[in-house]
Design a protein around this ligand. Structure first.
Ligand code: URA
Length: 167
């Protein structure tokens, strides 16, 4: 353990030739232990979301804005996003996905360089370096707010993603 309290860096996982890339916020406790993004409860929900559009985790690439777990899972600080963010941009450059899905507010704000939050932006396409970007709710938010409306919104967002990938 180092001064920031995390066990290891959590870089990314999945297919380096992925057409679809998911970008989350930061590793949580389980991700910090395993060194793999989205393996805890939110990760299991993300796996279901991926499978709902007929894909697997092995088909896609999954990364976070931050590569190490913030203390007590607090929201990333602006300087942490500024320091770590260039790594995810490099990951995008290398993988060159056809579609990016940003999960929740920090990823959406950083990739789309906007001040608007996820409630305003979810379900509406943006672009990063000519790549279509669709913001949707973070799966941890979905777990906390498991309503018909919010589940339906994520479902609709993923149908947009599937249609874009099939173009
Ligand atoms: N939440 C995230 O944003 N990323 C993870 O890897 C796990 C939970």
């Amino acid at each position: 353990t180092n001064a920031t309290g995390h066990t290891q860096t959590v870089f990314g996982t999945g297919n380096p030739n992925a057409s679809l890339m998911f970008i989350g916020e930061a590793p949580g406790a389980e991700e910090d232990l395993q060194g793999i993004p989205f393996v805890g409860a939110a990760g299991q929900k993300l796996t279901q979301i991926i499978e709902a559009i007929g894909m697997t985790r092995e088909d896609v690439y999954i990364a976070n804005i931050l590569k190490s777990r913030p203390h007590e899972n607090r929201t990333p600080l602006p300087n942490e996003v500024a320091d770590c963010g260039p790594f995810v941009k490099k990951q995008i450059d290398i993988i060159k996905p056809d579609v990016i899905v940003t999960l929740g507010t920090p990823a959406t704000k950083y990739i789309l360089a906007t001040d608007q939050g996820i409630t305003r932006l979810r379900g509406t396409w943006g672009t990063y370096e000519n790549i279509p970007v669709l913001p949707t709710y973070h799966p941890a938010y979905l777990l906390r707010n498991y309503t018909t409306e919010i589940r339906g919104q994520v479902w609709n967002d993923m149908q947009l993603v599937r249609a874009q990938l099939n173009q």
